[in-house]
Design a protein around this ligand. Sequence first.
Ligand code: PXL
Length: 286
Amino acid sequence: MKTGLTIAGSDSGGGAGIQADIKTMTMYGVFATSAITALTAQNTTGVFGVWETPPEVLESQLDCIFTDMRPDAVKIGMLPSEESIRITAERLKRYQAAHMVLDPVMASTSGSVFMKEQTVKALKEQLFPLAEVVTPNLSEAEALTGMRIQGKGDMEKAAGRIYEDWHCAVLLKGGHLRENADDLLYRKGRAFWLPGRRIDNPNTHGTGCTLSSAIASGLALGMELCEAVIQAKRYLTGALEQRLNLGMGNGPLDHMYSMRNGLWKKTGEMGCMQTKIETRERKVKI
Ligand code: PXL
């Protein structure tokens, strides 16, 4: 079985961060391991607290994983401090980690800030050069480049600048663009536009985490980057289309739709529960 690692924060609400990553990798059939960078107390209405993992605990989690298994791909999400960035970069280099997908998480969808400005600089300098692909949304790309991004031309310029500076491919998510929801994959000086269908669903909590861990899962399974991105967009679109509506605020996606609509549907509802357990009766003489 292929293995994945997520280095990210925990979302007690289960929709984003580590929890979204593990669900996504599992749905891809990839065995998920995790190094937790922070604990958050949150639900669909907002983030109520963030507690950074002590540095020695983050180090120890990464050592335990890499000295035992070799993850086939790594997803990197919330890194709340320069110290957590330094440790992550050092360990990923030391263990020569493969296929790194970096989601530069700076804030939650509800607006809570997860990363200070000087931390963004450390993230770029230390982790972007290691990444196979970085996956900013429009506001993250603005913070990364200092540019104002208003249309497709600006998206190409911003992605190009990130690529020129750090030599990682860039998936710039256009989800919040007014014209359409097209994403841009920029690599080696070439721009690939990936058409996006806007789905009428206000519950979008954890979309960035889900997309990046789906890309990492595809890479773990041996897909080429462009194929992994296309497949990940399909998975995310399917999870949004279910229109799950949990909680009172910005709710999570339905990560498990592929399980219900796929294999389990073919074998009848809850396929595994239909497995007969043979019981034999025997007369016992007393
Ligand atoms: O979607 C960004 C994100 C990443 N990681 C954690 C989060 C969130 C958003 O809420 O909670 C742990």
